[in-house]
Design a protein around this ligand. Structure first.
Ligand code: FAD
Ligand code: NAI
Length: 475
């Protein structure tokens, strides 16, 4: 007799494990299946985000930032350390510990919420009466049934055509997080989020880093003024970013990797590096789901086709996170997971795509929510802009980190906040205030009139809101 569940979730990344927990909170009998293995072959729930994404990358960013501070900024505070060295194996080991803490935390949460966890690959077998049969192929094989199925199988790194990842010389995000020694020369293809974050880690640790970007503009999705400011900071740090390149042949050999490319001037360039990270986007992960068995509709990219409520073409089958349309972000996946569990329970789960924040965890950090100035222009919206530089913020001066600014964009007539863009210290934390404000449809004047603690970086947010009405107090 196969085990029967109300809800079967395939994938335990941020979309899947959160959907499973929320469904269990709502009183359903829930199973969650995930195939990720840790080094010992045991379960490692948490998906890309926990194992080879958000969490490990932030652990390495933190370690490398400490190293850079000790090397270059402690002296400003009167602290002398002598020569600072980095034990890369220890740094990577710490990162692995942080990952394991998160894996274990999710297993604990499953127990606490009475979610039955299956370690193995989940695939559709057939529609069954009142639901679907799903095969779990792990140490053993079994078939379980679910009245409702939530697919949250995530995404994988996109490889360049004909250049597969070997994770030794040509690295995806996985290999990029396991480099065992600081490469002398590191090349990256793609100056998107991963390129900038991973490039920053290894540059801080002493690698000579070159990022090759196909597009002629830097961070095209980011507000132009903010992207320009960030680029200036990265240039100053020595992160070499070449825009408008066309990557040609990539060769590997005993000495490392060679990338042939044409630069923006049309000149042929040959770049040697010890390692190459390819970070040119990600593809939805639907291989192995046996979606054909039940007729689950995929688009031409292999993403599962869903409507605004994450419903697929099959009754009782939902899909969330990186495997569907929309930004490939952990918090977007989580919000969809919660909303789907609530919709299964007959509630009105809700995700506001207009207020999903983005953060790039470089130094300076880049964070934004809502529309950029170039988008507002393209949409023909009349707007007012206000900016405030961290240079004029007392806390930023005390921190010794005055790069960047906060920028507000508000409707010219109603003053409603349409977008907030930050480049600078702790932008990842500061952006939350803007998200809340936009969710409540606040005006720039609302933020300008709210008391912000002094001295704090958040005063720059208040001042940028004041700048919309041209009445900054400290600049
Ligand atoms: P995933 O996290 O990919 O999880 C899917 C899970 O399903 C995996 O465990 C997989 O093994 C499992 N699975 C797949 N198929 C099957 C199957 N058939 N049977 C059983 N299990 C299966 N986002 C942020 O918001 N902030 C960040 O700072 C951030 N940093 C990132 C850094 C890097 C280097 C990368 C690569 C990504 C980063 N992301 C970040 C993106 C984030 O990781 C993803 O958006 C998020 O993990 C998507 O969650 P998900 O649940 O949809 O899928
Ligand atoms: P990305 O989409 O952010 O950037 C890819 C870049 O590669 C783009 O600038 C693109 O123009 C460029 N590119 C594509 N093909 C190219 C080619 N052939 N030659 C040269 N350049 C090329 O993708 P990335 O960095 O791989 O990250 C994937 C996703 O993971 C992100 O979009 C984001 O959703 C998520 N992520 C989120 C993070 C965060 O929230 N802090 C951190 C890391 C990843």
């Amino acid at each position: 007799m196969s085990q029967a569940f109300d809800v079967v979730v395939i994938g335990a990344g941020p979309g899947g494990y959160i959907a499973a927990i929320r469904a269990a909170q709502l009183g359903f009998k829930v199973a969650c299946i995930d195939e990720w293995k840790n080094a010992a072959g045991g379960p490692a729930p948490g998906g890309t985000c926990t194992n080879v994404g958000c969490i490990p990358s932030k652990a390495l960013l933190q370690s490398s930032e400490h190293f850079e501070h000790a090397n270059h900024h402690f002296a400003d505070h009167g602290i002398s350390t002598g020569k600072v060295t980095m034990d890369v194996a220890k740094m990577v080991g710490r990162k692995d510990t942080v990952v394991k803490q998160n894996n274990d935390g999710i297993l604990y949460l499953f127990k606490k919420n009475k979610v039955t966890f299956f370690h193995g690959r989940g695939s559709f077998v057939a529609a069954a009466e009142g639901g679907y049969q799903v095969k779990v192929a792990g140490a053993a094989e079994e078939v379980i049934t679910g009245k409702q199925i939530v697919v949250a199988t995530g995404s994988n790194a996109r490889a360049l055509p004909g250049v597969p990842f070997d994770e030794e010389l040509i690295l995806s995000n996985d290999g990029a997080l396991r480099i065992g020694a600081v490469p002398k020369k590191l090349a990256l293809i793609g100056s998107g989020v991963i390129g900038l974050e991973m490039g920053s880690v290894w540059r801080r640790l002493g690698a000579d880093v070159t990022i090759l970007e196909g597009l002629p503009t830097f961070l095209g999705a980011v507000d132009e003024q903010i992207a320009k400011e960030a680029k200036k900071a990265f240039d100053k740090q020595g992160l070499k970013i070449e825009l408008g390149v066309k990557v040609g042949e990539i060769k590997t050999g005993k000495k490392g990797v060679n990338v042939a490319y044409t630069n923006a001037k049309g000149e042929a360039v040959s770049l040697d590096a010890d390692k190459l990270i390819v970070s040119i986007g990600r593809v939805p992960n639907t291989i192995g789901l046996n979606s054909e068995a039940v007729g689950l509709q995929l688009d031409e990219r292999g993403a599962i086709v869903v409507d605004a409520d994450c419903k697929t073409n099959l009754p009782g089958v939902w899909a969330v996170g990186d495997v569907v349309r929309g930004p490939m972000l952990a918090h977007k996946a989580e919000e969809e997971g919660v909303a789907v569990a609530e919709r299964i329970a007959g509630q009105h789960g809700h995700v506001n795509f207009n207020t999903i924040p983005w953060v790039i965890y470089t130094s300076p950090e880049i964070a934004w929510v809502g529309r950029t100035e170039q988008q507002l222009k393209a949409d023909g919206v009349a707007y007012k802009a206000g900016t405030f530089p961290f240079l004029a913020n007392g806390r930023a001066r005390a921190l010794g980190d005055t790069t960047g600014m906060v920028k507000f964009l508000a409707d010219a007539k109603t003053d409603e906040i349409l977008g907030v863009h930050i480049v600078g210290p702790m932008a990842s934390e500061l952006i939350s205030e803007a998200v809340v404000a936009m969710e409540f449809k606040a005006s720039a004047e609302d933020i300008a009139r709210i008391c912000h603690a002094h001295p704090s970086l958040s005063e720059a947010t208040k001042e940028a809101a004041l700048a919309v009405d041209k009445r900054t107090l400290n600049f």
